[in-house]
Design a protein around this ligand. Structure first.
Ligand code: ATP
Length: 296
């Protein structure tokens, strides 16, 4: 019934531009506050829905003004909200200051996202088991991710995990991933830290950790895909990058959608690279996500 179901975070991004950040005990003036809908889960759900996918989300928002704004943003793109629960207390928030060079400093307050539980996953069983592809990131508690991944896999769905933010992943969860999606830094983290090495070697080393397949995103350089049949490089279209925020989420959502529609991994990655490239041509995360007609 659903092509893509996202189990993940929903945040309000509160953004203020500053000339410099305050030292402890100091106050500085910043620009007007801008509030954007965000969170990796919501970003991916919006990106998949805007590309035409029948999409649902499993998550939690708070019973505050941000929660209403976040719900409205997802509804505007047609995401199924039957399993977006409302928790008493604040929604997840990312406090973002943007410096004069466009550099971000971010504090995330997980809020309602931290209250997503295996019981929520059990309540959403029909949606998770009814999805062709279920997409996960790590901004909600791991027990909920594990429970949902097991439910999806048991029902014959495909599990896609984006290791963001980087955190330890149990071996049994890694074994369900088809693919595990990482950028070079997340890949290096999973392999024990240190500087990212040669991407092809990274992809091979990641596969040995147990996922069924691996996708390493390389920004403007495109993507590496790896599975038991080998490793391939998929280029990204050349575009003028304005703001790369949320490109990874647009990429992962488009990948999930094409896998749900039966593409092989390389074809799905080629389509997803077009969605990632489209997302860097406009500022912001969700506002930058393309419709099919806007793909380069
Ligand atoms: P983020 O954390 O900023 O959301 P990420 O590090 O997870 O991103 P990236 O590798 O930066 O992910 O981007 C995902 C995909 O989007 C890339 O593999 C590529 O296909 C596309 N992409 C990103 N940046 C560019 C760019 N400057 N030009 C063309 N395509 C890009």
């Amino acid at each position: 019934m659903w092509e893509v179901v996202v189990v993940g975070s929903v945040n309000a991004d509160l953004v203020i531009g500053v000339d410099r950040r305050p030292a402890p005990g100091e106050t500085v003036l910043g620009s007007d506050l801008v509030v954007h809908p965000g969170g990796k889960g919501a970003n991916q759900a919006v990106a998949a829905a805007r590309l035409g996918g029948r999409t649902g989300i499993v998550g939690r928002v708070g019973d505050d003004g941000h929660g209403r704004l976040l719900r409205d943003a997802l509804a505007a793109d047609g995401v199924d909200l039957a399993h977006l629960a409302t928790t008493s207390g604040p929604s997840g928030v990312a406090l973002i200051t943007v410096g004069p060079d466009g550099d971000n400093s971010i504090i995330v307050s997980p809020g309602a996202n931290a209250r997503l539980t295996p019981a929520d996953v059990a309540a959403a069983r029909d949606m998770i088991a009814g999805a062709a592809v279920v997409s996960f990131q790590l901004e909600v508690p791991l027990p909920a991710v594990q429970a949902a991944a097991r439910t999806a896999a048991a029902a014959g769905g495909r599990v896609v995990l984006n290791l963001s933010p980087p955190a330890p992943v149990p071996t049994d969860l890694l074994a369900l991933c088809d693919p595990l999606v990482v950028n070079e830094h997340e890949a290096a983290y999973l392999l024990g830290g240190g500087e990212p090495g040669e991407p092809a070697a990274l992809a091979g080393a990641l596969l040995k950790r147990g996922p069924r397949s691996v996708v390493v995103t390389l920004g403007a350089d495109g993507v590496l895909v790896a599975d038991a049949s080998g490793t391939a490089h998929v280029p990204s279209p050349k575009v003028e990058a304005v703001d790369t925020t949320g490109a990874g989420d647009a990429f992962t959502a488009a990948l999930c959608l094409r896998l749900a529609r039966g593409d092989g991994l390389s074809d799905a990655a080629a389509y997803a690279a077009r969605a990632g490239a489209a997302a860097v041509r406009r500022p912001g995360a969700q506002p930058s996500y393309p419709t099919p007609a806007e793909l380069p």
